[in-house]
Design a protein around this ligand. Structure first.
Ligand SMILES: [Fe+2]
Ligand SMILES: [Fe+2]
Length: 334
């Protein structure tokens, strides 16, 4: 039997006692019941990591040997499901030829792979910072290193698939690039894991629709299948850690997380598709951007893609106050 944790000695009726959290003065109540769960979960941290390590041993892929990189693109197949292409169901979409639409899907899949590399470079650095002062022989750290190794393979795979499409790489804007530099240097753990989930879950939702889709190029389906299988572990790891952090971090850090991730959501929704893709397929960039912004279909896609994440973040107290309004502005939250 596990010995009761000290906080469980508080009588039941006294657990919401109005004691300020984290030694602060704000009068925010500590939820001791939830805190006890979190501390229990901290003891479970090693067990979660061990399960994720076992899963990594069973289901990890080497994209270089797993995929047929020599097979040329198949004529008439999409590079991304049409419904997930940004201009789908806009007036411009109906003026485009089928060929032009498929070409836009080719550029958008290259733009999303570029975004994926940007995220993963940030994430790898966040993970290295996360484990820097943790017990180096723990399973928690060993799993983080395994995840970094996964992300290394993913970024190489994404770079390779961009080349395969024949489209250029689409870096984010200079401003976003530098904001990413700042974020990956100064963000604290809960903010890091919230951003990680934002980067992983929306793309993951799209990839889950992509890999079984027979209208899509086989190589793209292979890339997205590998990514979905390996990302499931990453999402689990980040959620478990974030849940613990939001219960144990001091108040200022939780507030900082709410604001920084609200800002990250706003950047994410703008940076999601690089508008250069429209110019590349011969469209007027400003008109295309305006139509994407006005598109009800696109709004629904982005919201659906973020739904599981926003429900989770709401449940652990990340979507509050000003931060919540920023999420609304991003269009990812209804
Ligand atoms: Fe990845
Ligand atoms: Fe990941």
């Amino acid at each position: 039997m596990t010995p009761p944790h000290p906080v469980s000695r508080f009588p039941r009726g006294a657990v919401r006692s109005g004691v300020p959290a984290g030694g602060g003065k704000g009068g925010e109540e500590i939820d001791f019941e939830a805190l006890r769960d979190a501390l229990g979960a901290l003891r479970d941290r090693e067990r979660v990591a061990e399960r994720l390590l076992a899963s990594s041993a069973r289901h990890s892929f080497d994209p270089d040997t797993e995929l047929d990189w020599d097979a040329p693109p198949v004529d008439g197949l999409w590079y991304w499901p049409p419904e997930l292409v940004s201009l789908y169901d806009t007036p411009l979409w109906y003026r485009m030829s089928e060929e032009q639409r498929i070409d836009l899907s080719r550029h958008e899949s290259a733009a999303l792979a570029s975004l994926g590399i940007w995220f993963e470079l940030i994430l790898m650095q966040l993970l290295v910072r996360h484990i820097y002062d943790k017990a180096m022989t723990s399973s928690h750290v060993r799993y983080a290193l395994t995840e970094i190794a996964d992300e290394c393979r993913h970024s190489m795979m994404f770079a390779r698939v961009i080349r395969w499409t024949g489209a250029p790489a689409y870096p984010v804007s200079r401003r976003h690039h530098n904001l990413g530099r700042l974020f990956k240097t100064i963000s604290t753990t809960p903010g890091s894991f919230t951003a990680t989930l934002l980067g992983e879950e929306v793309l993951d939702w799209m990839q889950r629709l992509t890999f079984p889709d027979e209208r899509v190029q086989p190589l793209i389906r292979g890339v997205t299948r590998i990514h979905v299988v390996e990302e499931a572990r990453h999402v689990r790891y980040a959620r478990e850690e974030l849940r613990r952090q939001m219960l144990t971090a001091p108040r200022w850090e939780r507030e900082f997380t709410r604001l920084s991730c609200g800002e990250f959501a706003r950047i994410f929704s703008v940076a999601f598709v690089n508008p250069e893709v429209y110019t590349r397929v011969g469209l007027d960039r400003r008109e295309a951007v305006a139509q994407v912004r006005a598109s009800e279909h696109r709004r629904a896609v982005m919201r659906d893609g973020a739904r599981k994440l926003t429900e989770f973040l709401d449940g652990i107290g990340v979507l509050r106050g000003v931060g919540r309004r920023m999420w609304r502005q991003s269009g990812l939250l209804a």
